[in-house]
Design a protein around this ligand. Structure first.
Ligand code: PTJ
Length: 254
């Protein structure tokens, strides 16, 4: 679709177009388009900008990822289509791997996404056909099958646009879960150690920047950032922000 950059909703239209492209390529699931719609609704409420509570969460996420012994970046059909380049940049910065893990699993789509990453940057993604699968208990979906070398042995997992079950199961296994989710009341948002309530397309470049800024910081400073971070407080701030914004909009009669 040819999107006129002067259209007031050009950015939003471009993101939709990318996902539609992803669907045609077999990368994004049909349900992924619906999930994006839910995200868009929350983004409206957040003013379509990265707010202070998201910046604070991004800083904590950067600290956790830099402190991790074995971080892993988990990608799905939406996140790979919207932010593949950022995933790859992060994987180089942190010297870690990307693992494709799908909710609406088909072997064909998982391999297509893996090949998509592998073509963009060979070696950055763990290929399921060459790695050993392991099963995580207490997950009802196909997301329970992870790779031993990846999520299976990682201590910190970045899982944007996650579903609640796996987030909870990974946390129970002692892994630190960092998510990006526009919905501050999703189960994932509530169960993760760090929830970045922001659009993935804005949050990923900021996360890269924050990691670059913090990567030479002493370990003690990174530890302090993680210890003083409070995810419940961040989610409350996000809800408070939405509430205040709606009150202001209502008073102004939009
Ligand atoms: O590719 P698959 O099969 O793994 O499927 C991916 C989806 C996203 C369809 C799957 O994980 C799913 O069904 O997720 P949920 O449970 O719908 O949750 C997705 C969450 O991401 C929702 O809370 C949305 O508000 C949020 N979301 C959607 N688009 C964005 C987003 N958050 C940040 N940035 C977005 N662009």
């Amino acid at each position: 679709m040819n999107i006129d950059p002067s259209h007031p909703r050009a950015i939003s239209l471009k993101i939709r177009d990318q996902l539609v492209w992803g669907k045609k390529q077999g990368l994004t699931s049909t349900a992924g388009l619906i999930a994006h719609g839910r995200g868009e609704a929350f983004d409206y409420l957040l003013g379509e900008k990265t707010q202070k509570f998201a910046q604070e969460a991004i800083r904590a996420a950067a600290a956790y990822l830099l402190l991790a012994k074995q971080p892993i970046l988990s990608s799905n059909g939406n996140s790979s289509v919207l932010t593949a380049k950022e995933f790859i940049k992060l994987c180089h910065l942190l010297n870690c791997k990307i693992e494709v893990n799908l909710f609406h699993f088909t072997k064909k789509r998982a391999e297509l996404i893996e090949d998509y990453f592998d073509k963009l940057s060979p070696g950055c993604v763990l290929l399921s056909r060459r790695n050993i699968p392991v099963v995580i208990s207490n997950i009802a979906s196909c997301r329970k099958v992870v790779l031993r070398e990846g999520i299976g042995s990682a201590d910190v997992v970045l899982v944007p646009l996650e579903d609640g079950d796996r987030c909870q199961a990974l946390s129970r296994l002692g892994k630190r879960v960092i998510t990006i989710d526009l919905n501050p009341i999703s189960r994932t948002a509530k169960k993760a150690a760090v929830t970045i309530v922001d659009n993935i397309v804005r949050a990923m470049p900021l996360l890269i920047q924050e990691i670059e800024d913090l990567k030479r910081s002493p370990k003690s400073q990174l530890i302090k950032i993680t210890q003083t971070y409070n995810n419940k407080k961040i989610l409350s701030s996000a809800l408070q922000f939405i509430n205040n914004r709606l009150v202001i909009l209502a008073k102004r009669q939009i």
